[in-house]
Design a protein around this ligand. Structure first.
Ligand code: NAD
Length: 260
């Protein structure tokens, strides 16, 4: 289904981004990975997922808080892969503190990585998508793009922002073959969330499993984590022809979190 297309997934050396990259690779898309840490393991994992299609897997280590590095990454994708047909804006970080205690550099980093980076990748990718009259932008927002939690002001602001950015650009491209949508996961058990579980366990003197149960119980009625693969399968749907007329949605995959 996606043979001949190239997908760039930001923040895909771990967690949700890696899961989405694997699902797109399994349908035949070439993949450009991005993110910190080891790149060889994720590259091999994604290549294995797309082996039947003989896909190509590239990697660019751009820091998504730095517009010049984002430009270099997009230039790399254009040169090595002929451009980006599917753009998944996924890189993200979290910091938890009351607004009056929120470190200014953490606020700036969260807005830059979780929100502004998507503006930069989109402004650079959309012209070629328009020219081909086909493209998919999938922004990994969050349940926190729809509702708030205390101690997460920067994250909630960035995620509400990316939902707004999604809607505005979906309207700008509405008459073209380009779609722009957001996926809003609830809790997914990745390193980003494991940190919050560990902090909860340490603060309450709880076993990690109990901290996990409490975390889910507070917000996610299904009491189940969403998996990166489930999010990847939704991305696959949005890339299919069934998704041609899905424009500007913020699609919750949150076990009922935002239905409450
Ligand atoms: P993760 O920590 O497992 O992965 C984050 C990825 O982003 C990693 O590959 C990391 O290297 C990369 N990254 C971080 N800073 C970067 C930077 N400056 N430049 C480039 N790459 C950078 O986290 P995850 O849980 O997989 O989160 C992925 C996205 O999903 C984030 O946008 C997050 O807000 C969102 N999300 C996660 C959950 C959840 O429960 N885990 C829920 C809703 C939304």
């Amino acid at each position: 289904m996606l043979k001949g297309k190239t997908a760039l997934v930001t923040g895909s050396t771990s967690g949700i981004g890696l899961g989405v990259a694997e699902c797109l690779a399994a349908l035949g898309a070439n993949i450009v990975l991005n993110g910190f840490g080891d790149a060889e393991g994720p590259k091999a994992q994604v290549a294995a997922a797309g082996k039947a299609h003989g896909i190509r897997v590239g990697y660019h280590g751009a820091d998504m808080s730095k517009p010049a590095e984002i430009e270099a990454m997009m230039a790399y994708a254009a040169k090595e892969f002929g451009g980006v047909d599917i753009l998944v804006n996924n890189a993200g970080i979290q910091h938890v503190a009351n607004v009056e205690d929120f470190p200014v550099e953490k606020w700036d980093a969260i807005i830059a990585i979780n929100l502004s980076s998507a503006f930069h990748t989109m402004r650079l990718a959309i012209p070629a998508m328009r020219a081909k009259n086909w493209g998919r932008v999938i922004n990994i927002a969050s349940a926190h793009g729809l509702v708030a939690s205390a101690q997460k002001s920067a994250y909630v602001a960035a995620k509400h922002g990316i939902v707004g950015l999604t809607k505005a650009t979906a309207l700008e491209t509405a008459t073209t073959g380009v779609t722009v949508n957001a996926i809003c996961p609830g809790w997914v058990l990745t390193p980003l969330v494991q940190k919050q579980i560990d902090a909860r366990a340490a603060a309450g003197g709880l076993p990690v499993d109990e901290a996990k149960r409490q975390l889910l119980g507070e917000k996610q009625p299904s009491l189940q984590f969403t998996t990166p693969r489930q999010l990847g399968e939704l991305a696959v749907f949005l890339c299919s022809s069934a998704g041609d007329n899905v424009k500007g949605v913020a699609w919750a995959v949150d076990g009922g979190w935002t239905a409450q």
